[in-house]
Design a protein around this ligand. Structure first.
Ligand code: XIL
Length: 302
């Protein structure tokens, strides 16, 4: 049998996993990662609180270990994430507007320049829109102090910092056509019309029984692709088990492959035992790194 990474590569896509530096010493974790995946996303190590906990002091050790591991094995890297309201150090929220603008641009520039040439795509801005029907921006230090223009500014700064990196907007509950995805769609359309640099949109795709794979998932990916951006499934996990979970995973892979600009899929972890959804079993390998039915369904769909 093939592997997820090689099967996806044969279709011109990558298949990746979120990785935590703390597990890179665990043999089963590393052998599964290295055998199956062609891309990695640091699960927490590139977030603002990890790399710039103190203003102006950058710490890249754990993220560097993940990037070095990936580079040594020919895997690509997704950078996650530069501007996000969560896992943000308190000092950022305490700044006034002009200081915050400088800090945001400095952060983007320093982190992207550190990884220049090593990160294929960056989630420049993560989760800037509210859930629900309003289509409004989410309250955050960036939104509240800098206004709607902070996203555009972040993308322009990112393009200047590493012109070769793909620049993505990433969010959740935008997987189907709904008020939130409509709001993101309008923003991307506006960016493309005005020449604001954006290359890709990430769809986190955290699914469970309350939030299943939407029936219009493929159509939603396609409408974004039709704006002239790549789309990527960036944080896929699906609660459940057995054949229902396997079917849902197969549907997600099928939706991506049906969209020519869907360039890759990342699952949000290697093994159920380290999933951020610690109560569930949402990934492709169980706690012993045994392939689950969901794994077989993904491989069959690729
Ligand atoms: C999660 C990580 O998986 C956890 O380890 C951490 O405690 C919290 O963040 N959306 C995102 C990811 O963009 O960064 C989040 O990752 C999951 C939701």
């Amino acid at each position: 049998a093939g592997t997820l990474g090689s099967a996806a590569a044969a279709k011109g896509r990558y298949f990746g996993a979120a990785v935590s530096a703390q597990y890179l010493g665990e043999a089963g974790y590393v052998s599964t990662l290295d055998r199956e995946f062609g891309s990695v996303t640091p699960e927490n190590e590139m977030k603002w609180d990890a790399v710039e906990a103190t203003r102006g002091t950058f710490a890249f050790g754990p993220a560097d270990r993940i990037v070095a591991h990936a580079q040594g094995r020919g895997m690509s890297v997704r950078g996650h994430t530069l501007v996000w309201h969560s896992q943000l150090p308190d000092w950022v929220a305490g700044l006034g507007a002009s200081d915050l603008r400088s800090a945001m641009n400095h952060h983007i520039t320093q982190v992207m320049q550190h990884y220049k040439g090593k990160v294929l795509a960056w989630d420049v801005v993560n989760e800037a829109f509210q859930d629900g029907g309003s289509g409004a921006r989410r309250s955050s230090p960036f939104q509240d102090k800098l206004g709607n223009g902070f996203i555009e500014e972040a993308f322009r700064t990112a393009r200047a910092a590493d012109p070769a990196a793909k620049l993505c907007y990433n969010d959740y509950n935008t997987d189907g056509v709904n008020a939130k995805s409509n709001a993101v769609y309008a923003m991307v359309k506006d960016f493309k019309a005005r020449g604001v640099p954006i290359d890709c949109v990430g769809f986190q795709s955290h699914f469970n029984s309350a939030s299943p794979v939407p029936a219009d998932y493929r159509a939603n990916l396609q409408r974004f692709a039709d704006l002239g951006v790549d789309v990527q499934i960036t944080e896929l996990d699906i609660e459940g088990s057995g054949s229902a979970q396997a079917t849902a995973y197969g549907n997600v892979v099928g939706a991506c492959l049906a969209v020519s600009r869907c360039t890759g899929i990342t699952v949000w972890g290697v093994t159920d035992k380290y999933s951020w959804r610690s109560a569930g079993t949402p990934l492709l390998f169980d706690g012993s790194y045994t392939k689950k039915p969901a794994y077989d369904a993904v491989l069959a769909a690729l």
